[in-house]
Design a protein around this ligand. Structure first.
Ligand code: G3H
Length: 192
């Protein structure tokens, strides 16, 4: 891409409750981000053409719902599948699956949830997305934290074992400009 814009979905109802995964709606605060995003994007992108990619989950589509650009939904952009831990809090996981909890902490990139995915699995399923991105000009991707960590790490050359630990803040638009000598990054917070 010439420029790649990245954003997490706005805060969701599950985020508020500290629950993993699911397919919840945005919280009120998350909706405020969705309302503000068009202005944030217009100021940053100007009048260049832009295409918006979301996942198939409600929280990314609700976040992008006010944006006046073409939108495409990709299953490959869905959040890391937490398998049997979907819908639990980290505390509940630690109680119900203490060994898994420890194993994940030990090697977060390789750890695969029972019936779900690892970060390595997500990197693999993102392959076609990265391929398609390379053919595109300006794309805004609205997706989930784990997926953004993988895309961000690819463009910013972050080592695999570090990427699952990166914090990608809510309500922030990240711009990546790939150049011959490296990728330039800017961040714009919506202050929500
Ligand atoms: O917000 C949750 C992230 O998408 C995944 O969290 O891989 O750090 O447990 P985690």
């Amino acid at each position: 891409p010439r420029r790649l814009w990245l954003s997490r979905h706005g805060e969701s109802e599950y985020n508020v409750l500290g629950l993993l995964g699911g397919n919840s709606n945005l919280s009120e605060r998350g909706m405020m981000y969705a309302e503000k995003l068009p202005e944030l994007v217009a100021n940053a992108v100007g009048d260049q053409p832009l295409t918006v990619w979301t996942s198939t989950l409600k929280r990314t589509q609700q976040t992008a719902s006010k944006l006046p650009y073409q939108q495409i939904q990709w299953k490959a952009l869905d959040e890391l599948d937490a398998g049997v831990c979907d819908g639990l809090t980290y505390e509940e996981i630690q109680q119900k699956y203490p060994e898994d909890f420890a194993a994940r902490d030990e090697n977060k990139f390789e750890y695969r949830y029972k019936g779900g995915e690892s970060y390595r699995d997500v990197v693999t399923r993102l392959d076609p997305i990265i391929m398609e991105l390379e053919r595109q000009e300006n794309i805004l991707i609205v997706t989930h934290q784990a997926v953004l960590r993988c895309i961000y790490a690819y463009y910013m050359d972050v080592p695999q074992e570090q990427s699952p630990w990166m914090n990608v803040p809510l309500h922030t638009l990240i711009c990546l400009e790939p150049r011959a000598y490296g990728t330039i990054e800017t961040r714009i917070s919506a202050n929500i």
